[in-house]
Design a protein around this ligand. Structure first.
Ligand SMILES: NCc1[nH]cc(CCC(=O)O)c1CC(=O)O
Length: 249
């Protein structure tokens, strides 16, 4: 994966700071690297894109939904069990072309990625987190440094955006308890309001037919503990077999 190439360049001293989409970073990092800073979070929402419908509810019965995201597929199936998920890969241009070619009736992409690529005008409808929670760490960029490189750590940490850091660290702590990979139907969003953190999270069965949601809150210094606590409550509510079934994919 692309994050690995950036990590390798960091370990080989070819670069001193690795710039990653925080969403793509494993929750357990190698001892040799650490996150020095987060940039202020972009739009956290997922964007619905379609040439035939103005929202998920308006898609034709039995329509095709293009996504290779386990989370998005489960969330979409939860809302519309009749839809068929078709695998969707490639860059933004390729995916939009697939919509034009009728390979799928709709897709979902992160608003942040579309905005950064100057493709915001392609968005049919931003999905509000209240009804469609994004992936943990979505929309945030993390700066990684070698653990023993004090100078780069100091440089990078000077531009850390504290509210983003607290929110994303809370979401990453939650994901770490549930599963380290990004191939699981886990959605979470933490938000900071004047130092007060609230986090909402959900886990789903792969087909979206079952779903558990929990939330937590507290001060920003407790960000990681709050995320982990919400994860443990999700595990308790769902039971151990629930998460074991994620591996059946
Ligand atoms: N899964 C790949 C990925 N990793 C980060 C982004 C977008 C930018 C972000 O969320 O920070 C995307 C594309 C997408 O999910 O649409």
């Amino acid at each position: 994966m692309f994050t690995k190439e950036i990590d390798q360049a960091l370990f080989d001293n070819r670069i001193d700071i690795g710039v990653h989409s925080a969403k793509d970073m494993a929750t357990k990092l190698p001892d040799e690297m650490k996150i020095a800073a987060f940039l202020e979070r972009e739009d956290v929402r997922d964007a619905f894109i379609s040439l035939v419908a103005r929202g998920i509810d308006y898609l034709p019965e039995g329509g095709k939904f293009g996504t290779s995201s386990i989370r998005r597929a489960a969330q979409v199936k939860r809302m519309r069990p009749d839809l068929r998920i078709v695998p969707f890969r490639g860059n933004v241009q390729t995916r939009l072309q697939k919509l034009a070619d009728g390979v799928a009736d709709a897709t979902l992409l992160a608003m942040a990625g579309l905005n950064r690529l100057g493709q915001g005008h392609r968005i049919t409808l931003p999905l509000e987190p209240e009804s469609f929670l994004p992936a943990p760490a979505q929309g945030a960029i993390a700066l990684a440094v070698r653990s023993n490189d004090e100078k780069s750590l100091e440089l990078a940490s000077a531009i850390n955006h504290a509210p983003t850091s607290h929110a994303v660290m809370s979401e990453r702590a939650l994901l770490d308890v549930l599963d380290g990979s990004c191939r699981t139907p886990v959605a979470a969003l933490a938000q900071l309001d004047d130092g007060h953190l609230t986090i909402k999270a959900e886990i789903l069965s792969l087909d979206g037919s079952e779903h558990f949601a929990e939330s937590g809150e507290g001060t920003s210094d407790e960000a990681e503990a709050i995320g982990a606590d919400v994860a443990h409550r999700l595990l308790a509510a769902a039971g151990p077999e629930f998460i074991a079934r994620w591996s059946d994919q």
